[in-house]
Write a protein that binds this ligand. Sequence first.
Ligand SMILES: O=C(O)c1cc(=O)[nH]c(=O)n1[C@@H]1O[C@H](COP(=O)(O)O)[C@@H](O)[C@H]1O
Length: 246
Amino acid sequence: MNTDRKTLANARRVQLNDRADLARLTVVPQPRTDLVTRLATVPGLVRPGVAHWDLKERLPLHPLSVENAYGDPRLLPDLGAAAVDFARRMGVEVVVGAETGGIPLATAVALAAGLPFAFVRKPGYVGHEDHEPSVRGASVAGRQVLLVDDAVSSGGALEAFADELQSEGAILVGAFTLVDMRDVATTVAPIAQTLPIESVATYLDVLDAATDHGVLDPAVHHLAVDALVNHWSNDDPRWSLLDRAA
Ligand SMILES: O=C(O)c1cc(=O)[nH]c(=O)n1[C@@H]1O[C@H](COP(=O)(O)O)[C@@H](O)[C@H]1O
């Protein structure tokens, strides 16, 4: 018997007719630590070198190329499945991907949860026409939505996407991201302090796992975390130690 037929047979046995219940049976929960390790060891996601904070003070020392997670088609469904419990708890009716990095993940979440999918275009993106609708896909008006993005840091993007969704009449009940960088952000927008947000890993979790699995050198990691957590100033003499260690 193939997996789908087995799932259907189980669903009948326990008298589950609802599509969402059926989807729940097909989700294979993974210990979150395995998922963090898989994420942190995706080739190119954590770069071994050191870079200082960018001008907006948003990107930390090891800029992550989070979108590289989408280069592994076996990883994406498991990342999506990680949001299913959260979506249920929040009473989500539509999963909305934030352009662009949130869209593949949101697709995986919607499929895993058996929920409708939509995406919201990045506000102010050059090349968009003003008259184009900002939300595409399933209708979000009057429905409880989960916003999915690849990362949250200052919450600036979250705030802008929330405004777009609100203008379409959506009820934003939570956000799901791959990496939560609020742990190293210098400022966090009010919405990112109050909206329920669940993520696969924090930024520091990713660095820890990358170090444990040989992607990052432990000496670099130690100094980098110190710099991040204690917010070294730009003229801190310890930056030269970090440069030498890298
Ligand atoms: O394309 C981006 O805006 C982007 C580039 C980048 O290098 N890192 C990065 O996190 N982002 C996006 O920036 C947003 C998170 O940053 P905050 O707006 O500071 O929370 C998310 O929408 C990310 O997709």
